[in-house]
Ligand binder design. Structure first.
Ligand code: NAD
Length: 476
């Protein structure tokens, strides 16, 4: 039986909306959009259900998470089809999402039996210890680009640690980033009321952040929206984990092996049409390799097939919608108008944007200076290590850094001078593993992390407890 069979459908709240296939413009399904009032009732229900879930033995919570991981794997074909069609992903990217989402569930299952705290020294004759307790209701706001994983990386650990969750996926990926998550947990036996999925826009997101029952917000999305979420969460005195945008540098030093580096270079900017927060938006290449690098990257870009990932064998699918395509194209055109050289791409058919290489970019090239979130590789030359470090640092963001060199000790030393949340030596910037702490600095996030034991900090609070054998005496 398919996972997304009506029998397993979660309760979706609000008015009508349509899931659309970006490659064809075809409607795929209809679903309901959440209004702020739906958020309020879902959060209240979640808060009521959370109390008994927190008391449920960890073995039972872990079992639900393991079953959820198994179900994702068992239903990989069905879930992949949604990720390919609704999010415009090539099959390889869908496979990555399925595998990673299942791993997120298995890792979360292991968190459920993680030691809960520490026994502390105390100057008084008492037992003193600190324990982690569930935060309560966690609000998860997720983006369209890697919809299943970016929802699951917060939903799974939050549930495993005894919380209830209200998930607000992007309406453009309401099924594969929302409905599918609800269906997986319903089929895995998660008790009623603990997980609510409410696809909706910014208004529903704001309602979630402001809701009195929601104690922790996990937000993944743009820096602009993250600022609003952070400000509102601060006003309500609640914790907000913000994973935001990036404009990551891919640094190619003069001793780099270009034969080996070019596939990483292309992946860094073209994987999933560049719609990845960690995409390399700034290729910084030593002057001695610069022309050859541009020539090779442009040839690679020209060789890639762009089209409908569900019906054709392609390396790149469509970007998510017209707004995104027009934004990407506007940044490319503004950059060439400001003096950048178009070495490949720069054109589109419908939502299929050709992988694009921009050479001779500088600070006046918006495709270099800003996050593009499209398949664009801006390349800039440097002459000295100090110049490379200065260029890499010249950004508001601090998400990922890739360095390619034969001298790994030098790369480590150089990277010490570039603040970044993620560092990959002899690799490109797009990397994710559920056991690794994922998070960015500065405009890329609050420095909070998801992944592995970082999830314990994200989705629990700490309680200090003392116990004496008899009542304490005081000088009063
Ligand atoms: P977006 O910020 O517009 O939307 C992300 C989510 O937030 C959606 O669910 C959206 O409906 C909701 N939202 C939008 N405005 C909101 C508001 N004011 N209050 C509450 N919720 C709001 O992001 P996008 O442009 O669709 O996604 C791409 C962005 O996400 C890029 O900047 C990318 O770098 C970033 N991103 C970051 C990570 C990470 O882990 N750091 C991962 C993926 C994407």
């Amino acid at each position: 039986m398919p996972l997304l069979d009506p029998a397993h459908r979660p309760t979706l709240h609000g008015g009508g909306a349509t899931a659309v296939e970006p490659a064809t413009g075809e409607p795929l399904a209809s679903f309901t959009l959440a209004a702020p009032a739906d958020v309020e009732s879902a959060a209240a229900e979640a808060a009521a259900a959370q109390r008994s879930w927190a008391r449920t033995p960890y073995t039972e919570r872990a079992a639900v998470l393991r079953r959820a991981g198994d179900l994702i794997t068992e239903h990989a074909a069905e879930l992949s089809e949604w990720i390919i069609r609704e999010a415009g992903s090539v099959p390889g990217k869908a496979e990555f999402e399925i595998r990673t989402a299942a791993e997120e569930c298995y890792e979360a299952a292991a968190l459920a039996h993680h030691p809960l705290g520490q026994v502390l020294p105390s100057a008084a004759p008492r037992l003193s210890y600190a324990t982690r307790v569930p935060a309560g209701v966690v609000g998860v706001i997720a983006p369209f680009n890697v919809p299943l994983v970016l929802a699951m990386r917060s939903v799974a650990p939050a549930l495993a640690l005894g919380n209830a969750v209200v998930l607000k996926p992007d309406p453009r990926t309401a099924v594969c980033g929302g409905h599918a998550v609800a269906a997986v947990f319903a089929a895995a036996g998660l008790p009623e009321g603990l997980l609510h999925v409410l696809p909706g826009g910014a208004e529903a997101g704001q309602a979630l952040v402001g809701d009195r029952h929601v104690r922790v917000i996990s937000f993944t999305g743009s820096t602009n929206a993250g600022r609003d979420v952070g400000a509102l969460a601060a006003r309500h005195l609640k914790r907000a984990h913000l994973e935001l945008g990036g404009n990551s540098a891919f640094l190619v030093l003069e001793d780099a092996d270009l034969d080996a580096a070019m596939s990483a270079a292309a992946w860094a900017s073209f994987f999933h049409q560049g719609q990845i927060c960690m995409s390399s938006g700034r290729h910084l290449v030593h002057a001695s390799l610069y022309e050859e690098y541009i020539e090779r990257l442009a040839a690679k870009a020209d060789s890639l097939a762009v089209g409908d990932p569900y019906r054709e064998d392609v390396q790149l699918g469509p970007v998510i919608d017209r707004g995104q395509r027009d934004r990407v194209h506007g940044l490319v055109e503004a950059s060439t108008a400001a003096g950048a050289r178009l070495a490949a791409g720069g054109s589109h058919r419908e939502l299929f944007y050709r992988p694009t290489v921009l050479a001779d970019v500088d600070d006046r090239s918006p495709a270099y200076a800003e996050e593009v979130f499209g398949p664009v590789a801006p390349v800039r030359k440097f002459h000295t290590t100090d110049e490379a470090v200065a260029l890499a640092n010249d950004t508001a963001y601090g998400l990922a850094l890739g360095v390619v060199t034969r001298d790994t000790a030098r790369a480590l030393e150089l990277a010490e001078r570039i603040p970044t949340g993620l560092l990959h030596i002899n690799d490109q910037t797009v990397n994710d593993e559920p056991v690794a702490p994922m998070g960015g600095l500065a405009a890329s996030g609050t420095g909070a992390h998801f992944g592995g034991t970082a999830n314990l900090d994200a989705f629990t609070e700490t309680r200090w407890t003392t116990v004496r054998a008899t009542p304490a005496g005081y000088p009063l």
